[in-house]
Design a protein around this ligand. Structure first.
Ligand code: AMP
Length: 278
């Protein structure tokens, strides 16, 4: 894997790819099998694969975990090498933001729902850095996980509305054997928190069950999910919703294609998960 740390090094590496098509996987590092599944998809869709590793300060709130977010560059590079990544871009904050950006990408109302309601400015930070990465890499394809559903929906919409170019691919959520969605933040969990964190997936499964039983009211499905979460003393729900997959608006009728989405504090760690109804 070629490592580029500056925009000059990136530009050179990009040129050296010549006619090869480029698949980009933006990440914040502390890589796990979820990230690596995105690399595999990028490889299937393009002839060269690039991964960016950048903990983006713009998308963290003042009381969030920017400073203590897990970072392990050597391990990440070994994993990327083993997975056949061609190019890794690992800029510093100053390299990425030589100046505080004045022009940013704002998501509008779709950025105020779900996670956006609790993380003001978060998706503006995400869209701005992704737009910069698209400018720096000029990728043909960019791959994002459905784990961060609202992010994926907003990026798709940004690419359409601003004609940014790359084809956006969504990737299925990769889970631990007990069902917990893989996340770099799972590293924050104490052993007891880790045991109870399975409750997020349990609540989604409960939602699926109630829906499969014929329930037509979204509110009733959501209530059953909240009841399932209540069995776990360390889990404090922030939101539990059934939403339309394109608009992210809350729905009243439970229907196939709608998404069950939740954010839950497990101790001090905020975890999210979601699942599409069949
Ligand atoms: P992050 O490093 O958390 O910003 O994530 C980088 C990319 O990996 C995003 O597109 C995420 O949606 C995706 N991702 C993170 N966790 C998972 C997972 N468990 N399964 C699939 N994709 C994931």
């Amino acid at each position: 894997v070629i490592v580029a740390r500056t925009r000059q090094e990136l530009a050179r590496a990009r040129r050296d790819l010549g006619e090869r098509t480029l698949g980009l996987v933006p990440t914040m590092g502390a890589l796990h099998e979820g990230h690596l599944s995105l690399v595999d998809i990028a490889r299937a869709e393009a002839t060269a694969v690039a991964v960016s590793i950048f903990v983006n300060p713009l998308q963290f709130g003042p009381s969030e975990d920017f400073a203590r977010y897990p970072r392990d560059e050597q391990r990440d590079l070994a994993l990327l090498e083993a997975r056949g990544t061609d190019l890794a871009f690992i800029p510093t904050v100053d390299e990425m933001y030589p100046r505080q950006p004045v022009i940013t990408v704002t998501p509008g109302k779709m950025g105020d729902r779900l996670c956006g309601a609790f993380r003001p400015g978060h998706f503006e930070g995400v869209l701005t850095v992704v737009a910069k990465l698209f400018g720096l890499f000029r990728p043909d394809v960019a791959v994002f996980g459905q784990k961060d559903l609202q992010q994926l929906v907003l990026i798709r919409r940004m690419v359409q509305d601003l004609e940014l170019g790359p084809t956006v691919r969504g990737a299925p959520i990769v889970r631990e054997p007990d069902g917990l969605a893989m996340s770099s933040r799972n590293a924050y969990l104490s052993p007891e928190e880790r045991r109870q964190a399975v409750g997020l997936h349990g609540a989604l499964q409960r939602g699926h069950e109630v829906y499969a039983g014929g329930e037509k009211s979204a509110a009733t499905v959501v209530r059953a999910m909240r009841d399932a979460l209540a069995a776990f003393a360390l889990l404090q729900p922030q939101y539990v919703e059934m939403v339309n997959p394109d608009t992210l608006e809350r729905v009243e009728r439970a229907e196939g294609g709608n998404v069950l989405a939740l954010a839950v504090f497990c101790g001090r760690t905020r975890l999210i998960d979601n699942s599409v109804l069949p």
